[in-house]
Design a protein around this ligand. Sequence first.
Ligand code: NDP
Length: 458
Amino acid sequence: MAFSDHPTATPETISDLVDCHDRMLRRDPGEPEFHQAVREVLASLPPVLDARPRLAAARLLERIVEPERQILFRVPWQDDEGRVHVNRGFRVEFNSALGPYKGGLRFHPSVNLGIVKFLGFEQIFKNALTGLGIGGGKGGSDFDPQGRSDDEIMRFCQSFMTELYRHVGESTDVPAGDIGVGGREIGYLFGQYRRITNRWEAGVLTGKGRGWGGSACRTEATGYGNVMFTAEMLRRRGEDLDGRQVVVSGSGNVAIYSVEKAQALGANVVTVSDSHGYVVDEKGIDLELLKHTKEVERGRVADYAERRGASARFVAGGSVWDVPADIALPSATQNELDGAAALALVRNGVRAVSEGANMPCTPDAVKVFRDAGVAFGPGKAANAGGVAVSALEMRQNAGRESWTFARAETELAAIMKDIHDTCYATAERYGAPGDYVVGANIAGFERVADAMIAQGLV
Ligand code: NDP
């Protein structure tokens, strides 16, 4: 990225951005996803840095790209045959200017420090956008849960928490789920935390079961929130989801509840996917069958297609983005939608793209959407519903309350509308009307930067 491409940036601002970027590349080599996430934020900042020279004087950029704390640890565990395995655990406590570190745990073989840092960096601004007083962090392990028995998952989670417990706490750092970490894993992690600490500290993890401190609507929140954000973007354009054809990637937590909410708003969702391929279901995804296949049987989307009958076909490999759609909701993983896929979507008439996953669209893809005038919702705004309801779960835990589903969903809807409106208004204020990337990056950055300045040299 050439920061000098920015049409209005002063030479001082460009030089600050280049310094920050080059220093990061020197100090953190081999972390391409982290570099990508930082570059994307820095590229949005020239107007705010030009307008507020104090941020440059305080060397805010250098501070904000450096995590407050990075924890790496060994996770030894035994499989069902008694073999010993050693995985690596991570927790990056990135920024606590606005509140306790908050962000999920990812269990996936691709996890490394750079991936956790990219996710933690995104989380800072996402959490700031919610307005709920939570800092940014992220963690996980290169453990692969696929094909593992319940007992193996439990033993791994217990070993992981046996180290993690000393770094987390309801007012310190509050993890949740992410890829490979759902309700089952949160249960095992919470159980081990409770045994070690002898504390019923419900607020230490979010995404808990409803019967023991979890919030209504947390499971649904990220997918629902992303569709709510999409609906707001469309509403600005005088459109809605009713009767629209939607493609969704992924078939995990975010994907399933994106399908549910999009269908509730009248859309016809025709795809889901996993790392083996995708399903096209001309009649629209059968939500109950999808939930049963994924949440109960822990099966694959190919199993869904097999049971669904004639309306659905499974495509091994290939690109889900070749399926024509009005709206695309990438909800699997980072960099799953590249420039070529974006061009295919645009050629097929896509009107809105909203990121359920974190950074699923490559920079080339984002450029294609922006150039084509497609409404584009960046993940740090569009998928903030999950962490927002996590923060509401913390609030309920602190007050020993348990809200109804309707109350939690109503609060979620209000938060998503507020995030949308904040991004929209900020983009307009800084000369980029309709650009939610600029709006989200600047609005999130300003909240964190103002807190850091007020708190001295932190
Ligand atoms: P899940 O583990 O529930 O589901 C992940 C889905 O994505 C699975 O269908 C999985 O397929 C697919 N997937 C993962 N990695 C790849 C890959 N490399 N290639 C193709 N498909 C892949 O995770 P979530 O639904 O919770 O998370 C999905 C995305 O949403 C992530 O980017 C996450 O960071 C983001 N997110 C999640 C939030 C939450 O509340 N859960 C909150 C905000 C963002 P397979 O089973 O084959 O691996």
